[in-house]
Design a protein around this ligand. Structure first.
Ligand SMILES: Cc1cc2nc3c(=O)[nH]c(=O)nc-3n(C[C@H](O)[C@H](O)[C@H](O)COP(=O)(O)O)c2cc1C
Length: 201
């Protein structure tokens, strides 16, 4: 394992991911925590969209969304997802795959409460992924929930966190002549220990 050093050093992939994200926070023009989230529908048709990574804890990658959205429904049906973070400024990517669980307890309440009032009301007003007749209709919904919910809206029951418990985390860094460096951490389940391998670029 001695050749895995520098930006790939260490045994804990969550710590490496946090270190790369904090480097990206210093170098990206915006949204260093933006990641593409891939899901599949019931026919196996893939779907992908950006979401914001909100936390990397000791065992999971966290993001927040509307549970009734297309992604929310696909995740709850399959129980699985993959994400990729790509930083142009660093020429690096991190890929994560694993089982996903809903997190709608105190952490979701706390994160919801930390958002601006307009964002909190927007979460109530938007039936994410459903057809919308006009922008004016959405603004009317915002006005309705603003009047109904007041200055301290509770977290909508249909909005909260998802956490991905990875069985695979891959770190990729650009190398000269397309000879990139790739290291993958894999395990059968999150109860197992990691196996680390270098991959061909
Ligand atoms: C940079 C960026 C960050 C985004 N972050 C989120 C997010 O954290 N949560 C979310 O629900 N949607 C986020 N969106 C919007 C999603 O990409 C998507 O349009 C929306 O969630 C509906 O997706 P779905 O219909 O596949 O469920 C973000 C979009 C961009 C471009």
């Amino acid at each position: 394992m001695s050749e895995r050093d520098g930006k790939f050093a260490g045994d804990d992939p969550f710590a490496i991911a946090r270190a790369w994200l904090s480097e990206a926070e210093a170098s990206e023009v915006n949204d260093p925590n933006a990641m593409a989230l891939a899901t599949v529908n019931e026919t196996g048709l893939p779907n992908v969209r950006m979401v914001l990574l909100k936390d990397i804890t000791d065992d999971a990658f966290w993001f927040y969304t509307n549970y009734g959205s297309a992604k929310g429904r696909e995740i709850e049906a399959s129980g699985k997802a993959a994400v990729v973070l790509h930083w142009k400024s660093l020429r690096r990517q991190i890929r994560v795959r694993g089982a996903v669980t809903r997190e709608d307890g105190p952490e979701a309440d706390e994160y919801y409460a930390s958002r601006s009032l307009k964002s909190r009301l927007g979460a109530w007003a938007s039936r994410q992924s459903e057809p919308l007749s006009s922008r004016a209709h959405l603004m009317a919904e915002v006005a309705k929930v603003t009047a109904a919910k007041g200055p301290n809206p509770d977290r909508p029951p249909f909005w909260g966190g998802f956490k991905i418990a990875p069985v695979e985390i891959e770190f990729w860094a650009d190398g000269a002549f397309r000879l990139h460096d790739r290291f993958v951490w894999r395990r059968e389940s999150d109860a197992d220990s990691w196996n680390v391998e270098r991959l061909n670029p």
